[in-house]
Design a protein around this ligand. Structure first.
Ligand code: UDP
Length: 330
């Protein structure tokens, strides 16, 4: 029996594939390589190049393989882009989920672990955020992921599929041997952008606003290592295998780090001074996003190993230093 990984060539998906294979799982990947990388594919996994909105390719995959469960990462995930082109997000993310669930129902696959996001909450009412807190997304990306969660909820009631939705906070870092890592084009995430400065690829890092109601005025985020995320997906899969009911879990370290603190940590890791300028606030950025992951710790017995931002940045640095142009260098 195999696990189907939708989006296994992407940043978080490829790290999950690596950890699943290490755990002895049989893995099948489907990825349209729109944002994923062929070079991020694990040779031990069976790969289908295709789009999850294409029912025919899903039919072929479910017919040619015994798919026990699905882990779903295949989605667009840029907040800013989603505000500009919301329909792209509703088409790829929401319609993609529709076709995927239809295939699962048709072929009798009854377990799905879903890559969700803190963006489903919108502006938090309190910190740390708990799973039962209000969900009021402030951008189409978060809205699309919330709709996808709700689709799974109703399909689970009607068709007996069970799901676990994992709402990640700020995914960061790379596998420790530096063989795979983060490579987005364009890059919008804080850690890779900070590290472009010591790599000589960028003059300075712009801090998006220093007038937030936080101790140093810059935004606080909860950074969680991509390998810890992978471990949570495996724990969620095993939870469903043991008959666990459909559920939603936050994944974070439970500690907020400011943009300025992240720059200082990157200076310590790289041993270089990182030139910084203060810019305007980025629209849609909440001041603080920090997770309570108590529920995942208790029910999934999940404990993040990378609980220190310097350790997280160090793994990202190993990847970027060895691959300054990302997968183009591999
Ligand atoms: N950020 C920044 N400069 C940048 C990129 C990001 O100051 O060049 C800030 C951003 O405003 C946010 C934090 O860094 O407060 C993390 O942003 P990122 O895009 O990595 O993740 P997000 O929190 O949007 O998921």
């Amino acid at each position: 029996m195999a696990v189907l990984i939708c989006g296994g060539a992407g940043y978080i998906g490829s790290h999950n594939v690596f950890e699943l294979i290490k755990a002895g799982e049989e893995v099948v990947i489907v990825d349209n390589l729109q944002t994923g990388h062929r070079k991020a594919l694990n040779p031990a996994a069976k790969f289908y190049e295709g789009d999850i909105r294409d029912a025919e390719i899903l039919d072929k995959i479910f017919t040619e393989n015994k798919i026990e469960a699905v882990i779903h990462f295949a989605a667009n995930s840029l907040v800013g882009e989603s505000v500009q082109v919301p329909l792209k997000y509703f088409n790829n993310n929401v319609y993609g989920m529709q076709v995927l669930l239809e295939s699962m129902v048709k072929h009798g696959t009854d377990k799905i672990v879903f890559s969700s996001t803190a963006a489903t909450y919108g502006e938090p009412e309190k910190i740390p955020i708990e799973e039962d807190d209000k969900t009021f997304p402030t951008n189409p990306y978060g809205e699309s992921k919330l709709i996808m969660e709700r689709m799974m909820k109703w399909v689970s009631r009607a068709n007996g599929i069970r799901f676990v939705s994992l709402r990640y906070f700020n995914a960061a870092g790379a596998i420790e041997d530096g063989s795979i890592g983060e490579d987005h084009s364009p890059e919008t995430h804080l850690i890779p952008l900070i590290l472009q400065v010591p790599l000589g690829k960028r003059e300075c890092i712009t801090v998006f606003g220093d007038d937030y109601p936080t101790p140093d005025g810059t935004c606080l985020r909860d950074y969680i290592h991509v390998i810890d995320l992978a471990a949570a997906h495996i724990a969620a899969l095993n939870y469903l295998r043991k008959g666990g009911e459909s559920n939603i879990f936050n994944l974070g370290n439970g500690k907020g780090f400011s943009v300025k603190e992240m720059i200082a940590a990157a200076e310590r890791v790289t041993g270089q001074k990182i030139k910084t300028e203060i810019g305007k606030r980025r629209p849609g950025d909440p001041a603080r996003l920090v997770a309570s992951s108590e529920k995942a710790r208790k029910i999934l017995k999940w404990t993040p190993k990378f609980d220190d931002v310097e350790k997280i940045i160090e793994t990202a640095w190993t990847w970027h230093k060895n691959h300054p142009d990302g997968y183009a260098d591999r």
